[in-house]
Each structure stands twice: as C-alpha cells, then as structure tokens.
Design a binder for this molecule. Sequence first.
Ligand code: AMP
Length: 279
Amino acid sequence: MKICRTVEEMRAVVNEWRACGLKIGLVPTMGYLHAGHISLVKIARKNADRVVLSLFVNPTQFGPTEDLDKYPRDFERDRQACEENGVDAIFAPTPAVMYDEDFSTWVKEESLSQVMCGVTRPIHFRGVCTVCLKLFNITRADVAVFGRKDAQQALIIERMVRDLNVPIKIITAPLVREEDGLALSSRNRYLSEDEHRRALSLSQGLFAAEKAFANGERNAAALIALVENSVSANGGKIDYVVVNARNTLRPLETIDRPALLAAAVYFGTTRLIDNVFLG
Ligand code: AMP
C-alpha cells in the first residue's frame, strides 16, 4: 500500500495506474476509520481496479466554533485498517498541501446546501464541495463512494458533478449502524457512556417513524414529532428534524413521493446526524 503526502506523490501513483488502463476508485474520509468507512472501501473495490482512500480533516468545512481541533485523528490505526481492507493508496495531505496561503477559488452549490445542515453550518458544504473537487482532480478517480449517513452531502456532490461535468461516477453507499442502532460516526467517540445510551433515542425515533410510515402514516409533522419527542425525552437538543423530498430536499407536508426523514441533534456538545428513507 502506498502512502502519499503530496499532490505530486499521489499524481505519480495514479498516472502509472491510468497508463495501465486501471480504473480508480476514491473513498474520501476525515479518518478515524470505522466500519462505515470500510463498507465504502468494499464498494469501491467492487467498482474499480485500484482504491485510494483520502485521510484529510478538511479545515474549510468547519465553522469557527466547531470541533476542528478536537476531531479524532489516529494515522497509525487508519493505516492498519486500510492495509487490512485492501486499500491500494492512502492520500494524507496536510492543510498546507491542500490550501496555498493565497487560496481563493471555491465551489458553492446554491440550492441543496440551503437547508438542513446548511442552515446551522453555513460554510460547511462550500468546504466539502471544494475539497471533493480537489480530491477528484488530484486522484483522477473514475468513481467515488460516499455514505448515505451524510445523505445531504452525497446529494450535493452528485449535483456538483452533474452541474460542472466532472468526469466521475458517484456511488452512494448504505448507512452502517452499530448493533444498538446508533449510526456509526467518528464523532461517536466524543459521547460518554450515558450520552451514547441516550443518543439511541435518535435512531429509535427514526425507526418508529419508519414503522408508522409503513403502517400508512403520510403526515410529515406526525413523523417529525415521533423523532423530536424521542430525542427530547432523552435530553437531546434538536438542531433539525425534517421530511424532505429525496431528490430536491424541498420540505414535504404530505409524503407523496420518495422522502428523506433526516435529523441533527446534540447530546452534550456532540452533534449527531442520522436519517431514514421513506418510500
Ligand atoms: P467522514 O470521515 O465522517 O467525513 O465520512 C467519510 C465518508 O464515510 C462519507 O461519505 C460518509 O458519508 C461515510 N460514512 C460515515 N459514516 C458512515 C456510516 N455510518 N455508514 C455509511 N457511510 C458512512
């Protein structure tokens, strides 16, 4: 497995692969890998000849009061997980490698980014789109795999790729959960035992709403209330709970098309997101 720290090193590796006609799959991550990330690696393996996993805690997608400095990092642990799971190359640049001092070009998606996480994290998706386009260009990947855990992010990246004619295929992978239902996230590490236990009310609320939907409930407000009540009863603070059309992220009152029930909540200072598909 190759470890590339600079754009030049990464380019040299992928240029060689491309010269041999090999198809390249990219899995962009911020590291502190868990089974959710590994599931993306497996999907990339199935869809490409070589897999690059990027490890980069991207500073431009964090707001000034967010957890950039305390975001968990463990290169050795991640390197081992990559080695064990058939990653061919890790791209692990520093912020200085990715952003020149006078960096001044941004990719801004202006519709899907206005709702959900875009409301409380106004610069987040500009940072995500910009870094992803850079990673696509640096790795010259044919396919990139994103997780449905971040459903809004996956949709925005698909939109960017379509709007800017980026020659890459985006694959969205299923959400992976812990056995107790909590959506796997590097940020789960911040949760105390008690917070983890109470945080289960988020997935439980979403599952209850999913069940109500399966039993015929089509009123968005009723499903949202199931999630909000579950989280609030367990001391969680709600950022948002929404039912939106799955392709446009426009809010729905009545669920008459494929929908996304998505939530962001705080337990203590930890912000968690989760979602289920309806229909
Ligand atoms: P992150 O390192 O949190 O930025 O995530 C990197 C990629 O892994 C993103 O495409 C995420 O959507 C995906 N991912 C994170 N957690 C999960 C999960 N529990 N299930 C599936 N994909 C995930």
